[in-house]
Each structure stands twice: as structure tokens, then as C-alpha cells.
Design a protein around this ligand. Sequence first.
Ligand code: TYD
Length: 219
Amino acid sequence: MSAAGLFISFEGIDGAGKSTHVAALADAFRAAGRQVTLSREPGGTPLAEKLRELVLNDAMDPLSEALLMFAARRDHLQQVIEPALARGDVVLCDRFTDATFAYQGGGRGFDMAVLQQLERWVQAIPGSEQLRQPDLTVWFDLPPAVAAQRLAAARVPDRFESQPQVFFERVAAGYAQRLQGEPGRFARIASDQSKEAVWQQVRQAFEQRGWLAPTGGAA
Ligand code: TYD
């Protein structure tokens, strides 16, 4: 018996703490007998990882930044995500297209209509009217002031992490706007809580959908 593929993305402003929960979910799905493809954006393929290096570190104009995000996404979709879904894997992707709407659209103020056009081109499913979108997007919602405190204690910042708090307020608003447009696709996780409390919310989002059995295991 082969299970249907499942595509999950994880989003939130820098410092929201998604990484540990992505890893814990990968363990939970493997323990449930599923094949897991763990990936990230920008990145996930040799080409997309090169683009990540550029876009996180080199100065460029907002259109170049948006185009590189979508170029990386196109390669990642074709090389990794689509084949994994076709195999029936659970694809756990640390950021996907909502990040472009939040960071380039909200944060940088780039034209959302252009982003929507790029999204239509890049995420088109051949022979279908629909776009490839996650089955679920887990949004770690954290007040930007709290994220700023966390980031202050973190490693050397990249081009996004070094932005002022007001930038992240616009990014957070960008995420909220995406959720409003498609509420059924999102699980909003109140992330200004202990790691364990956040994990319980994450786990519950998957149990509610019947994707993980209720066990209440810890992260
Ligand atoms: P992040 O996912 O936070 O990785 P790490 O945990 O290694 O820092 O870093 C990716 C950065 O790229 C993050 O600041 C958000 C940004 N980003 C965009 O601006 N647009 C996008 O479309 C994506 C996918 C990421």
C-alpha cells in the first residue's frame, strides 16, 4: 500500500524557532513508517543552494531578489519536491512561497501582483489549473519584538536577519495576509511560549488532520 504524498511548509519571521520542530516532525513521521523528504528554501538542490548563498549575502535590487527566490523554487520543485510527492513521501519544507510574499512583498514592499505572476509560472502543475501549494503551512507566529530579542543573541546575521524590527513587522503582516487569503491551508502556531508548548500545538495540527496518531510525545 502506498500513501499519498504530503507537502508541508514551515514559515515565520527569523527567530520564530521553527527548525527544531521541523526536525521533530520528521522523526514523528519516520516513526509512523513514512518516508520523509526534508528540505528548505531557498535551497534544496545544488543550484538552489548556490542561489541561496547569493541571495542571502550579496546586495541586489528587489526584482533580482524575487527572481532568484523563484528560480531557486523552480529548480527545487522540479528536482526534489515533485518527485518526492510522486513517490508518496512526506515533504517537510523549511519555508516555501509564502516567505516570498512575506519577505519580498511585505518586508521589501515589492509588487505583490508581480509575485503572483511568478507564482503562477513557477508553481504551475502541468495539465492542471491548480498551482502546487503545500497541503498545510505551519506558521510560527511570534511578535517581532520577541524575535528581535532572540536574534540579538544569535550568530552573524545575513541580509534578512540584520533588518530592523519594523521590517519584520511588515513580514509578519505579509504572512497574516497570506493566511487571510487561504485560511484552510494554514495552522497558526502561537510561538511566544515554551518550546514544549509550541511543539504540542504543532503536533496537534497534524493529529487533527489525521496525519499523525495522537501520542502527545515531546520534542
Ligand atoms: P532561514 O530559513 O531562516 O534559514 P536559517 O535558519 O538557516 O537562517 O533563512 C532564510 C532567509 O531567507 C530568511 O531570512 C527568509 C529569507 N527568504 C526570503 O526572503 N524569501 C523567500 O522566498 C525565502 C524562501 C526565504
